[in-house]
Structures are given as C-alpha cells and as structure tokens.
Design a protein around this ligand. Structure first.
Ligand SMILES: C[S@@+](CC[C@H](N)C(=O)[O-])C[C@H]1O[C@@H](n2cnc3c(N)ncnc32)[C@H](O)[C@@H]1O
Length: 257
C-alpha cells in the first residue's frame, strides 16, 4: 500500500488531520514530522485527494506529487496575501455555518471571504480594503470564482470608516497588516485601535472573530477592554510565527442589587 505524505503549513496539524479524517475516515496516520503528515488508506490514488483544501501538497511516495493549495479562482494576489490553504484553516477555526455573515475588512485579494463562501456555504461575505488595487484584484478573483453576486459585497474602505449596520456581522475572519511587509508598527497602533472599535460596533453579541497577526502585544492590548482572546494556533507564515486569535465578546455581567 502506498504511503501518502501531506506537506502542511507548520502549526496547522490539528485542522489538517481533522479534514483528512472527515473526508477519508479510513485513512490511518502513520507518521508526523515537522510540517508533514504521513498516512495510508486502501484503494486510493493521488488524484482522489484533490478535495483536501487545508494541506499545501500531497505526495505518493512512489508516484509523484500534487499541489493542493492552488485554486482555479485565484487569478491575482496582493503582496503579503494569505496562502489559500491557511485561509481554509482560518475559516475552519471560525466554525462557519449557513447563517453566517462574514466580514474581512483587510481583504487583499479576497482569499479568505471567497474561501468562506465557496467551501463553507455561508450566507454572505463582506470584503473591504483601503487599497483600490486590492479591490480590483479581488474583483478578478470573485469573478473567476463564479460566486453569485448576491453572495458577496466588495468595496473600498478604510477600516476606520467602515459603514455597515451595527451588529450585522456574525464572524470576522481576517489577516491584519503585520507592520512588516504591509505598514509599520507606528501606523498599526492607530489601525488596530480602529479595528477593535469597529469590531465592537459591527459584531453580533454572540459573534466571533478569527484574526491572524504578528502584532501580538498590540492586538491583545486593543482587545482587552471589550473582548476575550485566545490563541488558537501559531502557524508559520513567511518565516514568521504569527498568532491566530479567536475573539469573543466579554460576557455581559448582570448585577442584582
Ligand atoms: C496582510 S494583507 C491581507 C491579505 C489578504 N488576506 C489576502 O490574502 O490577499 C493586509 C491588507 O490590509 C489592507 N489595509 C491596510 N491598512 C488598511 C486600513 N486602514 N483599512 C483597510 N484595509 C487596510 C492592505 O491594503 C492589504 O491589502
């Protein structure tokens, strides 16, 4: 029997194994090394695994390999754009369902919101970015995705002036500027505060956010008044180890006199 080897984004093991075992329940994991998961499964060939969307690549130890991160709709991308496999992992962590209205206010090429609509069947996605170029790139990708126009709204906006109805968003999933390739730490201080303010305004009471960022201290600082944050994973991204945070509102406390 062949051994298949998945190459993955370091740090995403848990989600990749979950996807593998839910789509191929008979798969048996036979090895785990840094960034690789080996498994066996009877009667399968390399091409059968193209439905896996969280790993980067699959290799049949005797018969070649196949990329799993490529998406036919990803025609164009922005600098510091997220890998589509990691976008899938973030959407999985968000526990999306068909009632979710998802916002990515730093959408770049819309890799995250397109993933949320196409593979997680959400109700609607809002994708915005301050850059007109990013919006053009996004439009190309949305068009190539074939997603119907009533499933998404794409627009240009600074996060600080986002105009959406209060509490209209159930999930925010986003890859924030790290202040390294996009922006810098000084600019981020204001940007991250504006993001926290908007999140508080736009997120439903029981909504949540999944945020990828390298600005760990700053992020935790701006969230701490109104939100609880937990670190879900620390994937490798361009040689860095940013955190993926899950954010929920602090529970409302009722005081009885
Ligand atoms: C790290 S990239 C996100 C990339 C995206 N996830 C993708 O895969 O293409 C950050 C994005 O934030 C945008 N951005 C920076 N400052 C912003 C602001 N104040 N408001 C909205 N978007 C902003 C940039 O234009 C850039 O496209």
């Amino acid at each position: 029997m062949s051994i298949f080897r998945l190459s993955i984004v370091l740090g995403t093991e848990e989600v990749v194994e979950k996807e593998l075992l839910s789509k191929f329940p008979k798969a048996e994991i036979v090895g785990r090394t840094k960034g690789k998961i080996d498994f066996q499964v009877e009667g399968r060939v390399l091409g059968d695994f193209s439905s896996l969307l969280s790993p980067l690549r699959i290799q049949d130890t005797n018969r070649g390999d196949e990329d799993l991160y490529k998406r036919g709709w990803r025609k164009a991308f922005v600098p510091a754009g997220i890998n589509p496999s990691l976008a899938y992992v973030l959407c999985d962590l968000a526990e999306l369902n068909e009632d979710d209205v998802v916002l990515d206010p730093f959408c770049g090429g819309s890799t995250i919101p397109i993933t949320a609509v196409m593979y997680f069947g959400i109700k609607k996605a809002f994708a915005s970015d301050i850059s007109g170029k990013a919006v053009d790139i996004s439009l190309e990708n949305w068009k190539a995705s074939g997603v119907k126009k009533d499933k998404f709204v794409l627009f240009r906006s600074n996060v600080s002036t986002l105009k959406l109805s209060p509490k209209s968003i159930t999930k925010v999933i986003t890859n924030m500027p790290f202040g390294i390739r996009v922006g810098n730490h000084e600019m981020n201080k204001k940007l991250y505060r504006n993001f926290a303010f908007k999140l508080n305004r736009l997120l439903k009471d029981d909504g949540s956010a999944i945020v990828l960022t390298q600005e760990k201290e700053l992020f935790e600082e701006v969230m701490k008044n109104d939100f609880e944050v937990s670190v879900e994973m620390t994937p490798e991204v361009g040689g860095l180890r940013p955190n993926v945070y899950k954010v929920t509102r602090k529970s409302v406390k009722y005081f009885v006199k």
